[in-house]
Design a protein. Structure first.
Length: 220
């Protein structure tokens, strides 16, 4: 990342990444052009989940706090876990939140020196169960351990599985009362990932600058 804070890069570029990822969905008629203009303007629900994402007004307040959280996280592994999970927890867009969350996970992987990864189809049930436990049960440990396992396999040189076919240490201000207990501090996640021994970290530039910015735009 050429010395830039990963949280700042995501803050600056996530809208451009989302538009590029889902512009084909507008062309295909699956999304409206207005869906790419900003965060959602309605409520969304997650199929087969007990978790109800934030309402549209809360999303506007929550997203800046999310980027502050990424900026404040000192351990690269924490940014990997929170970059994916918190984004999906908020569900800021009408469509594509899971895919965008996994993209952000890989941005944070690259920033920390981890190999990029995908969620294996064979592990989908484990993945979804870990997300549900973190979202509803307020226990992020299984999700962190799941991602740590993927990182260990990548560092060991295991090939990526086939991809699925297309189809701050504390929350600030008024968001504090909305935060799940595990997210009010990232210390526990840091300790978990350090104990997981998922490797050393090196800086790697693997994506290109986003338009009109010194930050990244897409995978190279």
């Amino acid at each position: 990342m050429q010395g830039e804070n990963p949280g700042t890069v995501v803050d600056d570029c996530h809208r451009a990444w989302y538009r590029e990822m889902f512009a084909p969905s507008v062309t295909a008629g699956l999304l409206k052009p207005s869906d790419l203009a900003g965060y959602r303007n309605g409520q969304v629900f997650i199929r087969k989940s007990m978790h109800v994402p934030l309402n549209r007004d809360a999303v506007q307040d929550a997203m800046p706090a999310f980027f502050d959280l990424l900026r404040a996280a000192e351990h690269p592994g924490v940014r990997v876990v929170l970059g994916h999970f918190v984004f999906v927890y908020f569900h800021p867009y009408m469509e594509g939140n899971g895919r965008m969350g996994r993209f952000l996970m890989n941005v944070m992987m690259a920033a920390g020196g981890y190999p990029c990864t995908v969620i294996p189809l064979s592990a989908r049930n484990t993945y979804m169960a870990a997300l549900e436990r973190a979202s509803v049960g307020e226990d992020i440990a299984p999700f962190a351990e799941f991602l740590a396992g993927l990182a260990r396999k990548g560092l060991a040189g295991e090939p990526l599985p086939p991809s699925r076919p297309l189809r701050q240490r504390q929350w600030s201000g008024k968001l504090a009362h909305r935060a799940p207990r595990w997210i009010t501090s990232v210390d526990a996640v840091t300790d978990l990932l350090v104990k997981s021994d998922i490797g050393t970290f090196t800086d790697r530039t693997v994506v290109k600058p986003c338009q009109n910015s010194s930050h990244w735009r897409r995978w190279g």
